[in-house]
Design a protein around this ligand. Structure first.
Ligand code: PLP
Length: 311
């Protein structure tokens, strides 16, 4: 997998509706690193897995929601690198009938098939997951493990994300990245040169991410958060967004996920159309992956009788 990670391509994005604006837009296809370990999740896990190995720990334990790209990534990484994995999953109702849950949720199904063991906890308990008391309880239940935080962000994750940009990417004026916890963009901020601007697109409604990013970056002055494209919150979508994702795929061949990269690209295209970037600007958007989440989203859209995302 590290072979593939070293050979990620920047693919030019050509859209008819952007022709007149004379902006050059590329996507870094980190999604192609692995079909299930989202590009950025691979980067975030890399040094954590090495650390767990160094500590002779046999088990990775982490937290996530039922459709989480991170849960999926940890399960696959565990299988690939020889660790047992435990997922602490939000929603105790999901644990009542595991077969039913696995029949309805492809993210958990695949994680399970890759050997992940689950502990389902109530939404209220889940809120305390990072407290010492909760961790202590987990230690009693599961013995020794290497803890990967929810979303995978820690210092080692940020270190891994510093490897996303390569020397050749110095030609771009603007680097764009979707944000969940802020780990990925922090690595990018730490690796850009001083003339480059970083734009972050939060996938959730928030006013705290700039603080999270500050924790992991030495100098984040070259970064701005664009808070207009969360579509109502984490995991929320609109018909307009789904139509955009489908048209984008048709026109460019690049699949986008509805939680992160779809929202970011919608935002970039909208900003270009509004004339926010000056002529000749070179933009590189990071395709962080997340494509495993499309099936889960489609089953939600189907229930509401809405247009599905083509694959
Ligand atoms: C997790 C994830 C992100 C967000 O990464 P953070 O480091 O949490 O900000 C972005 N895109 C995709 C596809 C993801 O799975």
């Amino acid at each position: 997998m590290s072979e593939v990670a070293n050979k990620v391509v920047n693919q030019q994005v050509i859209l008819k509706e952007l022709e007149e604006f004379e902006i050059s837009l590329f996507m870094k296809r980190e999604d192609q690193i692995h079909p299930f370990i989202s590009g950025n999740k691979y980067r975030k896990l890399k040094y954590n897995v090495l650390k767990a190995d160094e500590q002779n720990t046999q088990t990775l334990l982490t937290f996530g929601g039922a459709y989480s790209n991170h849960i999926s990534a940890v399960a696959f990484a565990g299988k690939e690198f020889g660790f047992k994995t435990i997922g602490i999953i939000r929603g105790d109702e999901l644990g009542r009938d595991l077969d039913l849950t696995l029949g309805q949720n492809i993210t958990l199904r695949l994680a399970y098939d890759h050997g992940m063991k689950f502990k389902f906890v109530s939404r209220s308990d889940y809120r305390y997951k990072h407290t010492p008391e909760f961790i202590e309880e987990l230690k009693n239940e599961f013995d020794d493990f290497y803890l990967v935080p929810e979303g995978g962000t820690n210092d080692l994750a940020v270190k891994g994300c510093k490897e996303i940009l390569k020397d050749d990417d110095g030609v771009f004026d603007v680097i764009c990245c979707a944000i969940g916890t802020g780990g990925t963009i922090s690595g990018i901020i730490n690796s850009v040169n001083k003339d480059q601007k970083v734009l972050g697109f939060p996938a959730l409604k928030e006013n705290f991410l700039h603080k999270e990013i500050e924790k992991y970056t030495t100098d984040d002055k070259n970064c701005s958060l664009i808070r207009d494209y969360h579509f109502g919150g984490f995991g929320k979508v609109s018909v307009e967004l789904i139509t955009f994702i489908n048209n984008f795929k048709k026109e460019t061949g690049i699949p986008l996920d509805p939680i992160y990269t779809g929202k970011m690209m919608f935002g970039i295209v909208d900003m270009i159309k509004k004339g926010i970037f000056k002529k000749g600007t070179k933009i590189l958007a990071i395709h962080t992956g997340g494509l495993q989440g499309i099936d889960g989203m489609n089953s939600r859209l189907k229930k509401k009788n809405l247009e599905l995302i083509y694959k």
